[in-house]
Design a protein. Structure first.
Length: 318
């Protein structure tokens, strides 16, 4: 009887180990498949100068390959809407199907949290391959991330998260991952962790990887430099063709260094954005200038008062 029980326990142990191995093999197989397909996609995205950032679990997998053993259901990309038509063409050339439902999204919003599939998705055969998160980039560097959904009356709407250029640079313009010779832009893990965006396995994994100093910088900027608004959507942003020969669309390090040196948008431009969105922020330079002006005026008034007193005293004693 004891031997039979031992045999049963051994069988169960073998089954459990086999299940774990199958789960690991399955995770590895899926993640490697996504990596292989992404390799095909990224070459064309970079060549065409598409404005995007990789985000979420897949970006962590590319960075910490051997440590990240969880199955990734799909790749997540933050994509500039003006490039969406060219993105669709690229996907079509790779036999991928893009489903664009921005004006007919099945998503809903409850207590500020969106529920349902993304409005723009990419399928490889019948399998979800990419979740696309749309954004607009304004001339001063401001980023408007959009989450399309429908309201209770079935009207198309978008939850717009608006980041000033200063905050946008910290979240969307700082981090990159090297991948087969390409520098892949990545949405900050610190921001995703702060916002608790992503599945728990991903958030638990990156908790020990994030930079606490960067986390603090982003937290502080979010208090003043981020606005969320919910808007009705009647039409979609116009797409435009991009001259891939322009320096703005050249992904080489030299070009990016040149851009960084010439595109430092002034604090005044950021303040105009903040005033438009009725955010409170103090312009330290303005305050310093105001203090200087008041100091000069005070000194001049004091001198005039002293001259006046001297004149009065002179008349009295002469």
């Amino acid at each position: 009887m004891v031997d039979e029980l031992l045999d049963i326990d051994e069988d169960e142990s073998i089954k459990e180990n086999n299940s774990i191995e199958e789960l690991t093999d399955s995770s590895t197989s899926r993640n490697e498949f996504l990596t292989s397909r992404f390799h095909e996609l990224i070459e064309m995205l970079q060549k065409e100068g598409i404005d995007y950032q990789l985000m979420g679990p897949f970006s962590a997998y590319l960075k910490f390959h051997d440590d990240f053993q969880y199955t990734i259901p799909s790749i997540q990309i933050h994509l500039n809407e003006k490039d969406i038509e060219r993105f669709k063409n690229i996907c079509q050339n790779l036999s991928l199907e893009v489903r664009d439902q921005r004006l007919s999204s099945l998503k809903t919003i409850k207590d500020g949290i969106s529920l349902g599939e993304e409005a723009v998705t990419v399928y490889d055969d019948a399998h979800l391959f990419i979740d696309v998160f749309c954004f607009e980039r304004l001339a001063d560097g401001t980023i408007i991330s959009k989450d399309y959904y429908h309201d209770d009356d079935n009207n198309p709407r978008a939850k717009e998260s608006i980041f000033s250029s200063k905050l946008a640079k910290e979240i969307f313009g700082r981090d990159t991952i090297s991948f087969f010779g390409y520098m892949i832009p990545v949405v900050s893990w610190e921001y995703l962790f702060i916002m608790k965006e992503g599945n728990p396995l991903f958030l638990n994994f990156i908790e020990s990887k994030i930079d606490q100093r960067k986390t603090s910088i982003i937290r502080n900027l979010m208090k003043t430099d981020k606005v969320v608004q919910y808007v009705l959507v009647s039409d979609l942003p116009e797409t435009s063709q991009i001259n891939s020969n322009l320096i703005e669309n050249d992904n080489t390090k030299i070009s990016q260094m040149l851009l960084d040196s010439t595109r430092e948008f002034s604090e005044t431009e950021n303040l105009e954005f903040l005033k438009t969105k009725q955010l409170r922020k103090i312009d330290e330079n303005y305050e310093k200038g105001a203090i200087t002006r008041y100091a000069v005026i005070s000194v001049l008034l004091s001198i005039l008062v002293l001259i006046f007193i001297v004149l009065i005293l002179t008349k009295i004693f002469l």
